[in-house]
Write a protein that binds this ligand. Structure first.
Ligand code: CU
Length: 136
């Protein structure tokens, strides 16, 4: 009799665990769908990067350095409330490879890196903003 109760309890626990896993599985699927809709290589232009200071904590473009395979696409998103640019080269020395032009808040810019190498970029409006892409 006691044994039967134990078996029933264990069975109930297993069924409950399967139920929880099934519910978690549904949530997991939804999470995956959201992630699939976001670009793989994304760089955020952070809030308040229009003010000097982000360079001291490497938080102007986040991540400040991104690594990707050749043929990969980097998408920059302007998460600030000010205008910014994503321009290849160094401040005052753009190399002409890419230039987003002025990005409004929430606007995105994408560039496909075909060649391998290290590619520096900056913001034309804020000299302290720098980042780089390493293409392998
Ligand atoms: Cu800027």
């Amino acid at each position: 009799m006691l044994m039967t109760k134990k078996i029933l309890l264990v069975s109930a626990a297993i069924i409950a665990a399967i139920g929880v896993m099934a519910i978690a599985g549904v949530d997991w699927d939804q999470t995956l769908k959201v992630e699939e809709s976001l670009p793989i290589h994304t760089v955020s232009i952070t809030m308040s990067s229009s003010r000097p200071g982000c360079e001291s904590t490497d938080t102007c473009y986040v991540p400040p350095q991104i690594t990707l395979p050749s043929g990969g696409v980097v998408t920059w998103i302007n998460d600030d409330s000010a205008f910014h640019t994503v321009t290849s080269g160094y401040y005052g020395k753009s190399d002409g490879l890419f230039d987003s032009g002025q990005l409004e808040p929430a606007q995105r810019f994408s560039y496909t890196f075909e060649d391998t190498g290290t590619f520096h970029y900056f913001c034309k409006l804020h000299p302290w903003m720098e980042g780089k892409a390493i293409v392998r």
